[in-house]
Design a protein around this ligand. Structure first.
Ligand code: FMN
Length: 308
């Protein structure tokens, strides 16, 4: 089984990925959070940091692009090729209102004919591997039948399915019936994504879908970065988790302006990670209250010492 880290805007940044890759079972593939094409330049400062090869050493990293414009996609993909990337991923899953209203992300699934023309143009002018990360529709799971027909017309390097509709956002449960149908009907190699948070979830998925070669995990890794190692029989210890945390925190301290911003960033990280601690909820409250680096560091010290 291959394991991929899900892209999560603002969370699975190059800082997070680099530390994860160093301290835990390395992922077989990583994805950048989505990059939106610009008209006048290839990438802004933040995006360059995401894709710079020296920030992603040793990782099999696939940049993800969010657009519904074939010309923009091809131009951005070619710029990424100049950085050494051989594959790009198209985001057809983002459910956010501002993205969907512009017909991007999951919003692009509303116009199947336009999507078909988009792929036609992209595949005829781009010499790179192209993978897709998709939801199964906007309003109804039944929409996926037609969407899959479009994907089947093109040689995607991989089709990553998050079997929720846009209206679900991250609520309800992934629709495994639609995923099962996709396994039967997809001409492209599949990867599954959604709600694999515990060892048992991964085992159960593998038992039910032994023919699917890869899974992508997001929140499960944020809650427990040692998850994939545990599945493979080697649990991570608290010292490793501490070193992982410290590296992320110190890198953000170096690159972000001011402690307040760094602490804010770390709160996002702890909103998931606290769930893997027995006393996590109590300490999470303290982390949430922290306004300065000193208060934050005291709360982190407490969380780790309570677990010893
Ligand atoms: C805060 C947040 C940011 C996300 N950012 C992205 C993104 O940039 N690109 C993308 O394809 N999916 C994004 N996702 C979706 C995840 O990649 C993934 O599909 C989703 O969390 C379901 O997988 P999981 O249950 O393993 O977490 C994001 C999800 C969350 C919660």
């Amino acid at each position: 089984m291959y394991y991929y880290l899900a892209p999560m805007e603002g969370i699975t940044t190059w800082v997070f990925r680099k530390a994860y890759h160093k301290y835990f079972r390395p992922m077989d593939k990583y994805f950048t959070p989505f990059l939106v094409p610009h008209t006048h330049k290839d990438f802004n400062f933040k995006e360059k940091n995401e894709i710079l090869p020296e920030h992603n050493a040793g990782q099999n990293l696939v940049p993800q692009i969010l657009t519904n414009n074939a010309e923009d996609f091809v131009r951005t993909a070619n710029a990424l090729k100049r950085y050494g990337y051989e594959e790009v991923n198209l985001n057809l899953g983002c459910p956010s209102g501002t993205v969907v209203s512009k017909g991007r992300g999951a919003g692009f699934l509303r116009d199947i004919e336009k999507l078909d023309r988009f792929f036609d143009e992209v595949f005829s002018s781009l010499e790179m591997k192209i993978s897709v990360k998709t939801r199964i529709g906007i309003q109804e799971p039944g929409e996926f039948e037609e969407i899959l027909e479009v994907y089947n017309r093109y040689p995607l390097s991989e089709l990553i399915i998050h079997p929720r509709i846009r209206q679900d956002f991250y609520k309800n449960r992934p629709n495994m019936t639609v995923f099962k149908d996709a396994c039967r009907n997809s001409r492209n190699v599949l990867c599954y994504n959604g709600d694999l948070c515990m060892e048992e979830d991964i085992q159960k998925f593998h038992d039910s879908f032994p023919q699917v070669p890869a899974v992508m995990i997001g929140r499960g890794i944020l809650k427990n970065p040692g998850l994939v190692g545990e599945v493979e029989g080697s649990a991570a210890d608290r010292e490793t988790l501490r070193a992982f945390h410290d590296e992320i925190y110190h890198t953000y301290q170096e690159i972000m302006s001011g402690d307040k911003n760094t602490v804010f960033k770390m709160k996002e990280f702890w909103s998931y990670l606290n769930l893997s601690f027995e006393y996590g909820e109590k300490c999470w409250k303290k982390i949430k209250k922290a306004q300065s680096a000193a208060e934050y560091e005291r709360a982190v010290e407490e969380i780790f010492s309570l677990e010893d």
